[in-house]
Write a protein that binds this ligand. Structure first.
Ligand code: URA
Ligand code: SF4
Length: 220
């Protein structure tokens, strides 16, 4: 088989990524795989640029999100828009989703079996988008890359995961009304452009290394 027939996820064109994301969204909207399916109004698959360089992963839909089927549209969402602006980004530039796609009743924490049931959707979204940078918002998305870590210790510090950087940040809903956390999350978002530039440099270096002929060049 040629490479064209079996593209790696990172090689997906915008159209292919869009199609893969729409397939995930269609499955999520009718998903019966955990208890949260029984109490949701609308599942919230996530939305944004299909080839976003920055992907943000929250916890789970709240009341407003459940009503409209869209992520981060309540107060935390408005604050998130301000934070994105601090990084020179808009919603159209990024992809936003959550660890669980359906609202936990009363906004309780998602349970381990719910997170596990929903994880394959998130993994497929990450594979399709292949973002340079993933920002985790709050402890449930943080736990996927930083098990056992404490947000107060590691927020804003990127960690490499293969070809991308993962940046743990406070959850905007938690940071919004707590002065010290608010300052911290604002500072962390302000660092995003630098972190993204670093991630992009890494990819360019890796691409140059993998280019046919690159190895021969080093012989001279
Ligand atoms: N909080 C989240 O974690 N996700 C949303 O989509 C909205 C609020
Ligand atoms: Fe399915 Fe995820 Fe919704 Fe559970 S939370 S029903 S696994 S989409």
């Amino acid at each position: 088989m040629t490479e064209e027939e079996t593209p790696e996820p990172r090689d997906l064109t915008r159209e292919a990524a869009e199609a893969a994301l729409e397939e995930v969204a269609a499955e999520v909207r009718v998903c019966p795989k955990c208890e949260l399916a029984r109490t949701r109004t609308h599942a919230v698959p996530g939305e944004g640029h299909p080839k976003a360089k920055v992907m943000l992963i929250g916890e789970g839909p709240g009341w407003h999100e459940d009503r409209q089927g869209r992520p981060f549209i309540g107060n935390a969402g408005k604050f998130l828009d301000e934070l994105l602006a601090k990084a020179g980004l808009t919603r159209a530039d990024v992809f936003i989703t959550n660890v669980v796609k359906c609202r936990p009743p009363g906004n309780r924490d998602p349970m381990p079996d719910e997170i596990a049931a929903c994880a394959p959707y998130l993994e497929r979204q990450i594979a399709a988008i292949d973002p340079e940078v993933i920002v985790t918002l709050g402890r449930f998305s943080m736990a996927r890359w930083f098990p056992g870590e404490r947000i107060s210790r590691i927020h804003g510090q990127p960690k490499r995961d293969g070809a991308r950087l993962i940046v743990p940040m406070y959850h905007p809903a938690a940071a919004l009304h707590q002065g010290n956390l608010r300052g911290a999350i604002e500072d962390d978002f302000a660092k995003l452009p630098k972190i993204l530039a670093e991630a992009e440099r890494d990819r360019e270096t890796a691409a140059a290394r993998d280019e046919p002929g690159a190895n021969q060049m080093t012989l001279f």
